[in-house]
Structures are given as structure tokens and as C-alpha cells.
Design a protein around this ligand. Structure first.
Ligand SMILES: [Zn+2]
Length: 541
């Protein structure tokens, strides 16, 4: 596994003390952060402690499926991505001659050439090697990234996205939730095929990596979820994902309706195949769509299976007034109360939206440690409402953030989510309602908590997984910086295009705005082609 040194940035740690360290170095060893070096706050751990560095088992070859789709474009894309990631993690063999010369260009060039389809980044990376910090030797470092004048952040965690919907960006504008689902999204999802789900996921992941999101909780569609896992696996992003479950309700189209047993069987097979894949980078999460489209029997079985496997349950709840009326009519109780009655409420339950809650429901969420995901852009665009985020935080409810799907947003951009989250509460409750530090907390460590990974990701601390992004804020929209708090700059000024480097699990997925793990142009081309096919099949043209 590679050893990477990020030099001299303004490190927004998001640790317990919320320290911001000016001119700090971050040392990455393999998949983990080995050390944060800053005068006066040296880590007790040695720079290259042997405790660190996971063992990569190599790219996935999910059971039996590779032979079946021999020759398809997306298979070859997957394999190229996988081999690229292998190179990313296999740099040790190239670390020779690092003590000689002025910057170890040879080994660092070799390292980057392994990551880069064009091999064009090598010289640039090598040229960045300057003086190393005390206690770090040249032969210890595979790659040095100069972050002087830049902002180093923990990667964003989007705790609610739908990668399978990225193809449908712009295909369902200006509708409210239930019409949006019934008229556009469900027919489109029902027309997906194995390849279209793959390219949809790759497109979403490209956008996420470009915008500094390193981890997601993802809800797929009813069919072809395996394809999304292939995309997650080959792209290098961290994800908990699951197939959506829909076995109930008069409005579910035939293309998506499934039997309870089929839904459970397929979910269980995906769980067995993908949970904890690649040293835990990929996890399974059961994903019943929402109470309206799930039977009590399905939800009860999901509760038991998730508990037995120790995995998340991810669903939508109380997003829309029409939705909670349907639950009230059908189940005779409010939405969160229904989930509580079914025994689903608890620390492993991740609820997207939670806009229309009464006091009793908020107390249930707080007392149970249930996780809420706030999706402000989606809530505004679908005219769903404004979640009572400050009130929930004040009560002690865990709140994280996510962009939801591309067709209800229409981006997967955490900077937009942070900005919207902060601004919409100011209109309700005044300018101090949801300050920038609280918003950044929800976008990083809050999301880590939603994933149940707060000890692994969400902050820059020794021992945690190396999920890190670097922002270059030296641009007209984000200067002057004199006297401006860096967290304010990130939340109120920065944009996704300011992210120049994205690292997940110690692998550099984007460097200087160039995606290294896969061919972005191929993804755009194939996603566009796949959409045409899905539109024709769905009848939505
Ligand atoms: Zn959603």
C-alpha cells in the first residue's frame, strides 16, 4: 500500500476539539491516516506505525457473473477500473531510488503512472516533492502532495443518494413527490437494465468524487443492484448500498413490484456477496423504499435480518404530507410511530428527510439513536418542506446530509447541500439558526455517524481511514481570505469545482481535478447512450 504525504495545508480536522491546523502535514500509510504533524500537536504514534495499512485483496470478481456478460462495454470498463485501482494500491514495488535526486521523481512518477490511464501526472507529482518534515524520510514516501495555501478536509459523507437515478437528471422537474415517483421515476427505474444501472452509478460517482464526497449511503432500484456494486467497487468510493424493496401498494408499477420472498432473497444474496467487501470499504444496507410501498411482513423481516447481520436499514420517512396521510390511512398511525411499532427504530436505522414529524416522533428518534438524513435541495425542489434540523439537533437527534437523487436536485454536490441547509433555517429561525461549523459537522462526522463509522471516517485523525479532500480556494469567488474563518469559506463560498484532490481509503481517486480511477469521458458517453435506451423502454419519451 502506498504512503502519501500531504504537505502544509490548512487542515480542518473535525476532531473532537474541532481543531484547524495551519500548515500541517498529513501522513497516510496504506488505507489509514498515520500521523498529523503540526507544531505543538504531534501525534503520539510513529510516522509509519506498523499498525496501519490494510491488506488489499485485489479487485472484485463477484461470484460467477464475469463470464456471463463477456464482451460487454461495461464489463471492460469495470476491469480497467479494477486494474487501475490495483495499481493505486500497489505502489510499493515501485519505490526505488527515493533517496536520490531532488525529489524522487522516478518512483513517484511510476506510482502515478499506475493510477493514470494517460500517465500524464507523473512529472507533476514528482516536481512537488520539497523538504520533508522532521522524522519522515524520503524512502518512506511514495507520493507527496503540496497543499500549501490549500484546505485539507475530511471527505464529505452523503448519507442519502440514489446512484441508479443519476441517468434521470432533469427528467422529472417541477413535480411534487408522489407525482414525481409515479409519473417519472418509477417507470424510468423499471426500465433500467444491467448496463444502464452500471453507467448511472458510474456517472453519479464521478460527480461525487469531483465534488469531494468520499462516502455514501446509496439506495438502488428493485433490479440490477449488482451492477451498482460493480461500479462502487471499481470506482474506489466508500459506500453502503442496497437494493430497494417494494412489495406493497396499488401504485407500484409491475416492472418494480416484487414478492416479499423475492425481495428478501435477493437482498440477502447481495448482503452475502458484498457486505464488508474490500476491507469494509463496501457494505450492505437493507433499503425498503418507504412504508407506503412495503408490507409489514417485509419490514419485520428486514428488521430481523439487518439486526442479525449488523447492517444498516436505509429508508425514506415523512418526506411529504401526502405520504404521511397514506401511512395514516393504511396503518392507522404516523410514519415514525409505525416504524417504531415494527421495531425498526434504532441506531442502525437511517431515515432520509424526516420533515413532517410531530414532537412524539422526534422524541422517538432521539431516544432510539436513529439517524436522520437532511436533503435540503431535494426538499426544496419537490416542495416537500423544510425539516426542523436545528430543533432536532438541539434535542440530540443525529442529523447528517445528502443530495438524494439527481432528478430531484439536480446535482450530487455537498457544497450546495451545505449552503441550502444553512440558508433555509435562517429564514425560519434567524441568522444564527444553523451556523457553518454545525453544517460542516453534519456533512462530515455526522455522515460518518449515520454509517456507523464514526470511529473510522469523518475526521482527520491518526488511525482513521484516509478519506481526505483538498480544496484550492484561491479563486475570485472565495477571496479575499484575510480574517475569514476557513469553515465559513468552505460552507458559504466554496464550490464543487474547488475540490482538486480526492482520496478514499488511501487511494488518490482525483488529482488536480483529473479523475484517475476511471475514464470519465467513457462514463459520460455510455451513460448518455444508456439513457436513450431506458427512455424508449419506459415510455417516458
Ligand atoms: Zn431518496
Amino acid at each position: 500500500m502506498a504512503k502519501i504525504l500531504i504537505r502544509g495545508g490548512t487542515v480542518v480536522t473535525m476532531n473532537r476539539k474541532r481543531e484547524v491546523l495551519e500548515g500541517a502535514d498529513v501522513l497516510i500509510d496504506g488505507r489509514r491516516i498515520a500521523q498529523v504533524i503540526w507544531p505543538g500537536s504531534l501525534s503520539p504514534r510513529g510516522p509509519w506505525s506498523k499498525d496501519f495499512g490494510g491488506t488489499r485483496k485485489g479487485p472484485a470478481s463477484p461470484g460467477g457473473r464475469r463470464d456471463e456478460d463477456e464482451g460487454s462495454r461495461f464489463r471492460s470498463s469495470r476491469e480497467r477500473c479494477c486494474s487501475s485501482l490495483t495499481s493505486l494500491s500497489g505502489a510499493e514495488g515501485a519505490r526505488t531510488g527515493a533517496d536520490s535526486g531532488t525529489g524522487g521523481e522516478g518512483d513517484i512518477g511510476a506510482y502515478s503512472a499506475g493510477m493514470d490511464h494517460n500517465g500524464s501526472c507523473g512529472a507533476a507529482l514528482g516536481a512537488e516533492v520539497h523538504e520533508l518534515p522532521v522524522g519522515v524520510h524520503r524512502h518512506d514516501v511514495d507520493m507527496v502532495i503540496d497543499a500549501a495555501g490549500k484546505v485539507v478536509l475530511p471527505g464529505f459523507v452523503q448519507a442519502h443518494v440514489h446512484l441508479c437515478q443519476t441517468l434521470f437528471r432533469g427528467q422529472a422537474d417541477d413535480l411534487e413527490l408522489l407525482d414525481w415517483l409515479k409519473k417519472r421515476i418509477w417507470p424510468l427505474e423499471g426500465a433500467h437494465d444491467e448496463e444502464s444501472v452500471y453507467w448511472s452509478a458510474m456517472l453519479g460517482i464521478a460527480e461525487l468524487i469531483r465534488g469531494g464526497t468520499t462516502s455514501i449511503i446509496d439506495m438502488e432500484t428493485v433490479h440490477h443492484t449488482e451492477s451498482a456494486f460493480w461500479a462502487i467497487d471499481s470506482s474506489g468510493i466508500r459506500a453502503a448500498s442496497g437494493k430497494v424493496m417494494m412489495d406493497y401498494g396499488p401504485d407500484v408499477p409491475a416492472t418494480l413490484m416484487e414478492s416479499t420472498e423475492d425481495s428478501l432473497r435477493e437482498s440477502e444474496a447481495l448482503l452475502e456477496r458484498w457486505h464488508m467487501h474490500d476491507d469494509g470499504r463496501i457494505r450492505y444496507a437493507f433499503a425498503p423504499r418507504f412504508v407506503v410501498s412495503c408490507s409489514d411482513r417485509l419490514l419485520a423481516r428486514v428488521r430481523d435480518m439487518a439486526r442479525a447481520a449488523g447492517v444498516l436499514v436505509h429508508t425514506h420517512a415523512s418526506e411529504n404530507r401526502g405520504e404521511i396521510e397514506l401511512v395514516q390511512q393504511d396503518r392507522g398511525m404516523r410514519n415514525v410511530v409505525c416504524l417504531h411499532e415494527l421495531g425498526l427504530i434504532g441506531p442502525n436505522l437511517v431515515l432520509a428527510h424526516c420533515i413532517w414529524l410531530d414532537d412524539e416522533e422526534m422524541a422517538i428518534l432521539r431516544d432510539s439513536g436513529t439517524k436522520v438524513v437532511h436533503c435540503p435541495s431535494s426538499n426544496l425542489k419537490l416542495a416537500s418542506g423544510i425539516a426542523k434540523v436545528p430543533e432536532m439537533l438541539e434535542m440530540g437527534v443525529f442529523v447528517s446530509m445528502g443530495a438524494d437523487g439527481a432528478p430531484c436536485n439536480n446535482n450530487l454536490d455537498m457544497f450546495q447541500e451545505m449552503r441550502h441547509a444553512a440558508l433555509i433555517q435562517k429564514v425560519r429561525l434567524g441568522p444564527t439558526a444553523l451556523p457553518a461549523p454545525t453544517v460542516l459537522e453534519m456533512a462530515t462526522i455526522g455522515g460518518a455517524r449515520a454509517m456507523g463509522l464514526e470511529d473510522e471516517i469523518g475526521s482527520i485523525e491518526p488511525g482513521k481511514r484516509a478519506d481526505i479532500v483538498i480544496l484550492d480556494l484561491d479563486a475570485p469567488h472565495a477571496v479575499p481570505a484575510e480574517g475569514v474563518d476557513v469553515v465559513s469559506r468552505v460552507v458559504y463560498e466554496a464550490t464543487a469545482s474547488d475540490v482538486e484532490t480526492t482520496i478514499v481509503d488511501g487511494r488518490v481517486l482525483m488529482y488536480r481535478r483529473k479523475l484517475l480511477a476511471f475514464d470519465e469521458n467513457e462514463v459520460i458517453r455510455e451513460a448518455t447512450r444508456a439513457l436513450r435506451r431506458v427512455l424508449e423502454r419506459s415510455g417516458c419519451l
